[in-house]
Ligand binder design. Structure first.
Ligand code: E4P
Length: 218
């Protein structure tokens, strides 16, 4: 399973990339706002660090503007993936950009029916948002299962990868992995939490104490 990190913070990207844990990066307008940086500059900076796919989202809701923006974003680096929303205009932009061999990540997906449309129109990735579904009292993980199943049934026609997004916990990462999501885009904080377990910490403490008691030097 591929790990993308969901951030526009350069330092976080650098540090996790050094650990070898970053297969790609996803951003969105809210993450760009949070970074306080110029959109295209920060995308360029990320592309200087990461070789894998970098999602950069269009900032219009109108298809022809999305297409123009997508073409411009794709010129920033050869690993840019253009992110478009799952709307009628977004789907049209997905179709046009995909036909131009520009990779597209269709975002803000909240139903399997929506995912089916993106798959039919040649999206490179579909981004179902599980955390935001949980926020409104539904089970986001079910959506991943449904989409993976549908894309598997139609694997000869649909080549779109399932990119589990809006992840809020380490448990959700292992659950989307079990369900067969191709990619999880994970906030850096959650990747750090994935490394931690209290039994690892207490076990290590005992090993270190017992090693000292042996009186040996390595
Ligand atoms: C995905 O590409 C989105 O940027 C992201 O996962 C959204 O997560 P949120 O619901 O925590 O904002």
């Amino acid at each position: 399973m591929k790990f993308f990190i969901d951030t526009a913070e350069i330092q976080e990207i650098k540090s996790l990339s050094n650990l070898g844990l970053v297969d790609g990066v996803t951003t969105n307008p809210s993450l760009i706002y949070k970074s306080g940086k110029d959109f295209k500059t920060v995308i360029k900076e990320i592309s200087n660090i990461i070789d894998g796919p970098i999602s950069a989202e269009v900032t219009s809701t109108v298809s022809n503007e999305m297409i123009t923006q997508g073409i411009e974003l794709a010129k920033i680096a050869n690993n840019i993936v253009v992110k478009v929303p799952l709307t009628k205009d977004g789907l049209l932009a997905c179709k046009e950009l995909s036909e131009k061999n520009i990779k597209v990540n269709v975002t803000l997906c909240f139903s399997a029916a929506q995912a089916l449309l993106a798959g039919k129109l040649g999206a490179t990735y579909i981004s179902p948002f599980i955390g935001r579904l949980d926020d409104i009292g539904t089970t986001g993980l079910n959506l991943i299962k449904e989409i993976v199943n549908i894309y598997t049934i139609f694997k000869d026609d649909i080549k779109t990868e399932v990119l589990a997004a809006s992840i809020r916990s380490p448990l959700q990462v292992s659950q989307v992995a079990l369900m067969g999501a191709n990619v999880a885009t994970i906030p850096p904080k959650i990747i750090m939490q994935m490394m931690k377990h209290p039994l690892t910490d207490s076990g290590l403490e005992i090993f270190m104490e017992d090693w000292k008691k042996t009186g040996q030097k390595f």
